[in-house]
Design a protein around this ligand. Sequence first.
Ligand code: LLP
Length: 431
Amino acid sequence: MLYENLGINDQGHLTVGGLDTVQLAEEFGAPLYVLDEDRLRANCQTYVQSMAAWMPADSMPLFAGKALCFKGLYPVLKEEGMGADVVSPGEIYTALAGGFPAEKLYFHGNNKTDEDIAYALDSGVGCFIVDNHQELAALNRAAGVRGIRQRVLLRVTPGIDPHTLQAINTGRIDCQFGVPIETGQAARFAAAALTMEHLEIEGFHSHIGSQIFEAEPFCEAVDILLDFAASLRQEYGFVARTLNLGGGFGVRYQACDPVVDIPGTIRALADHLTRGCQDKDYPLPRILLEPGRSIVADAGLTLYRVGGVKTIEGYRSYVTVNGGMTDNPRYALYQSPYTVLPASRMMDTPDFDCTLAGRCCESGDLIQENISLPRPERDDLVAVLTTGAYNFTMASNYNRLCRPALVMIRQGNARLAVRRQTFEDLIACDL
Ligand code: LLP
């Protein structure tokens, strides 16, 4: 099995967190998002404890809500000592509705409108991650009107491609997020920020990418950020108290994917930072990380019922399920690999090669190609693993399909955390 929270019971059913997936689908319906809260909490603890052990004081992981966001998640994050990265007023609203402390929210986004800024300031969001000059000016104005000094990090792009390890990669500099260091623009951005009366510049933020399996790209980012910080200190006497290195730690979608040693990576990163600061005689900044995928992906799976089985003679066989790109658009968008299991027939031989297709009116609506299942029958239950990240949050109502329910499992008990949409929900905004 891909993860140790999965098992097979004597009826040949897949279990998750000790619970029978066939029973879960009977009780809560399918498609169904299942989230193993115990595993999610353990993933949080890996970050919280490793950062407390190795990184400078006050370092903290911020959960990136873009990966998963619903009200009931935030009490869990709060209990586990996480901060949170939010990217929209909707995410802020959800976090606050879940009782999450506003001061532990870090507000991202490359186009925060004046309304967004006002909402976040009035909600008491702890820190803004400012993306561009226009936002800097707008935030300074809005903070001034309220008579406050808002804590801020500046988003800069170090120009690293985490998958080629090239230090300077124009592809990475050329993006709509943040301000590039390499071109000299980030220095001018920081200089402008330091003149803003109502902003307290705490440091810098960079996010180098996704599905990163080693420490090296993060270390490269630290080197570039420290060089940048040191040159600013020389020019303006400004010292960064915080470096936010973004998210991007990889997860295993398939057995062939490597396991990321998160504590080892955090320790390596901390050692690298300490050495870098010593070399430059720079005061050790606290570190923020923004893991999304690596907190929730492997805590989630999706259950579907099989509908049809169709063999296109001379080509391939399609197995259709009662969900699809509406609850998981990641194969359609990125050809993302997934592990698919025959949840109701785990003991049967998987000798039927097929493509798992969704039910949407779109030929690209595939969940996975080139998989093998026991020859499926209508109403068989199929599980797609590692769907905890970027599935629920990227879902849509295409074809007016109702979004699935989400069930959380804790210590052998299942509870509904998000109910399934109804037809009434579908027309709730229609006038
Ligand atoms: N921080 C920032 C500024 C980010 O842009 C992201 C992800 C994260 C943190 C979290 O990264 P993670 O630890 O989850 O890799 N929809 C795509 C993923 C887009 C990620 C965008 N930014 C997918 O389904 O793979």
